[in-house]
Design a protein around this ligand. Structure first.
Ligand code: ADP
Ligand code: MG
Ligand code: ZN
Length: 295
């Protein structure tokens, strides 16, 4: 999420667990095991709410991916089956951000030690928020950063391309005016969204059970099957070919767009991925800004 201070980015992230399905018994066991290894099961309270971890941007490598003198799981593992939220992403040490690429790829944090290696599970949903520039106001109507364009370019460059490539949904969060809060637009309550999410997850569980694959969400679908499960219709296929050429989408990104589109279709309970699902998935990947520049 990119947007000016006060737009509600941190608030939105914190509410995400309220629309996620509860942990299943097996997942709850994993989560409590990691928490106890990290010495965080003090109160001994078990909850089926998905973990939500929001480490501060000053956190060390060991605090995030695990390690230390007495090796312990880090925040990425404490977020297993849940959400890892990096607020003010460009403020994190670049090495720490890049160290998250491995768990995002393999769903575990591997810590090398003199006498061997330790691996902790770390399958989390990464959510990050950032201001558009260092001063935070770039792109606001009538505003010019004191440092000019560098305010934005230098700030955004702190997040590496390979890391950005792993972020499937990029959204601009615009500033909220007092008027927006006084006359709030009609919105779906979290409970209703949670129901749609649960139904879409159920469709996905059934899909992979039928295929005899251990995945339970589209995100976990093996690369070889992504095109098969997407079942693009002709309109979708044409759009994808066109977009691939125009926006230079990498092979990795191509599969990720298809997975997001499949999920959007599941939220609609649609059998096949249509042109609209694909267009929406592409818009999330490219972000409003890049789309506008390419248009
Ligand atoms: N869309 C919104 N609806 C209601 N309150 C909002 C909204 N956006 C922001 N706020 C209020 O503004 C505060 C600041 O939002 P915050 O999430 O901290 O912004 P950001 O992280 O983008 O700087 C929130 O705690 C909330 O009270
Ligand atoms: Mg914030
Ligand atoms: Zn600025």
């Amino acid at each position: 999420m990119t947007g000016p201070p006060g737009a509600g980015k941190s608030m939105l992230a914190q509410r995400l667990p309220s629309i996620l399905p509860p942990l299943q018994a097996r997942e709850l066991l994993d989560v409590s095991m990691i928490a106890s290894m990290a010495g965080e099961l003090a109160e001994g309270r078990l909850t089926d709410r998905r973990p939500f971890r929001a480490p501060h941007h000053s956190a060390s490598m060991a605090a995030i991916v695990g390690g230390g003198l007495r090796v312990r799981p880090g925040e990425a593992s404490l977020a297993h089956h849940g959400v890892l939220f990096l607020d003010e992403l460009p403020e994190f040490q670049p090495q720490v951000i890049d160290a998250l690429r491995q768990p995002l790829e393999t769903s575990e944090c591997v810590i090398a030690r003199a006498n061997g290696r330790v691996a902790y599970p770390a399958r989390f949903q990464l959510v990050a928020a950032m201001n558009p520039c260092r001063c935070g106001m770039a792109g606001e109507p009538g505003f010019r950063c004191a440092r000019g364009d560098r305010c934005r370019t230098e700030y955004q460059a702190r997040v590496s391309g390979p890391m950005l490539d792993r972020i499937d949904l990029r959204i601009d969060v615009p500033a909220v005016s007092a008027g927006d809060l006084i006359r709030p637009a009609k919105a779906e309550p979290s409970a209703a969204v949670a129901e749609r999410v649960a139904r879409a997850r159920e469709i996905q569980r059934e899909r992979f059970a039928l295929l005899g694959i251990s995945a339970s969400t589209n995100a976990q679908c093996p690369a070889a099957l992504v095109e098969e499960i997407a079942a693009l219709d002709a309109g979708g296929l044409a759009l994808l070919c066109d977009a691939g050429e125009r926006f230079g989408i990498s092979a990795r990104a191509y599969h990720r767009v298809l997975k997001v589109a499949r999920t959007l279709a599941d939220l609609d309970a649609a059998e096949r991925v249509g042109r609209l699902h694909l267009a929406e998935a592409l818009s999330y990947r490219l972000g409003g800004e890049r789309l506008a520049r390419a248009a």
